[in-house]
Ligand binder design. Sequence first.
Ligand SMILES: Cc1cc2nc3c(=O)[nH]c(=O)nc-3n(C[C@H](O)[C@H](O)[C@H](O)COP(=O)(O)O)c2cc1C
Length: 407
Amino acid sequence: MKTAFNTLNNRRVLLGVTGGIAAYKSAELTRRLQDQGADVRIVMTRSATEFITPLTMQALSRHPVHLDLLNPDTESVMGHIELARWADLILIAPASANFLARFASGHGDDLLTTVCLAAECPVAIAPAMNQAMWSKPATQDNQSILVHRGVHLLGPDSGLQACGEIGAGRLLDIDPLIERVSALFDTGKLQGRTVLITAGPTREAIDPVRFISNHSSGKQGYALAAAAADAGANVILVSGPTNLSPPERVEHVPVISAMQMHEAVQARVGDVDVFIGVAAVADYRPTLTQSQKIKKATHGKSTLTLELVENPDIIAEVAARKNKPFTVGFAAETEQLETFARKKLAQKNLDMIVANNVSNTDIGFNSDQNAITVYEQDDSLDLPMMSKRALSEKLIDRIAEHLRAKP
Ligand SMILES: Cc1cc2nc3c(=O)[nH]c(=O)nc-3n(C[C@H](O)[C@H](O)[C@H](O)COP(=O)(O)O)c2cc1C
């Protein structure tokens, strides 16, 4: 049964089990994380296997337990880097005193410490040990080093210990532990919302081998899709041709031309809460696409005239819908940023427009960085140069605030 903690739904939790008496509790913890909708995979230290069998953990997690670092077979299947990349959270519960020491000093001498070193996702530790071990200056220094580096410390609890002593060092009880773990994902600002994002350029065919396009790389749209998915949204990414792999947990709808993008958006926009038009959609397409490759003129003509016709204005159509989603546009401009952005905001009836100055080649289209200004009806927000991913998180926060404020 799912409880109120279902920020864990669809989350990937890599549970690290170390060698302590509380290792048996990791079996129950696995079940309870799964009850909340989490996908749980297990890494055990060699010592942990003396306390609870990998077979038990494998049966409960329904996946092979990962034990070895230097094993050619396991490295080729889901090696330490893949495990680290797979996880939304690495949770070490119970975390032994020995593990804290090795993690704090940056060891990579077994699978669990190496995965933690390779991790870019949040890492949480739930220590469990005898009260004297916990209170030792070495252990206290280690946990405080880890906390200082951004590791989340869950517990320990105080009370009667397996060794018969009383004091701080018990593994947190499962309920509070699950609650604390789910709170780590409480960025679910868009939980239950559906977000439709367009990204990349479009290609407008001139003939079978040529097209008109632009420099959009798709990076900003893909970063937004990833940030929206991380905030718990169901994300549909309608994308023109890019060299990027779609983020995980995102429904990817590949298209080529503006007309295809228009059709894909129209078919899906009815049920969405947020529409973010990041794609650099071509304003015009050739009136006629030649069915055969256009040949170089042989009769001395040095010009070729292409007639273009206007493409549908995808975002304006979305914003004109009766029950329009919260609609966010992007304006890439080379001059008069605010004037053009505010004009587009008003003319197209958008809720928000994100403007960036693409005359500076260090930011914008192909770069991994961007600096933007967000304009709304009565407000604006400057976001200085940062990674497109960091900017995306800030934009998602802002959009979520608007949705919350909506009746
Ligand atoms: C019966 C027994 C119980 C133990 N319980 C704990 C414990 O609760 N917490 C702890 O930090 N170490 C405990 N230890 C010590 C660890 O098992 C030992 O430090 C081991 O090297 C930890 O390995 P790991 O950190 O790689 O899992 C216990 C040892 C034994 C023999």
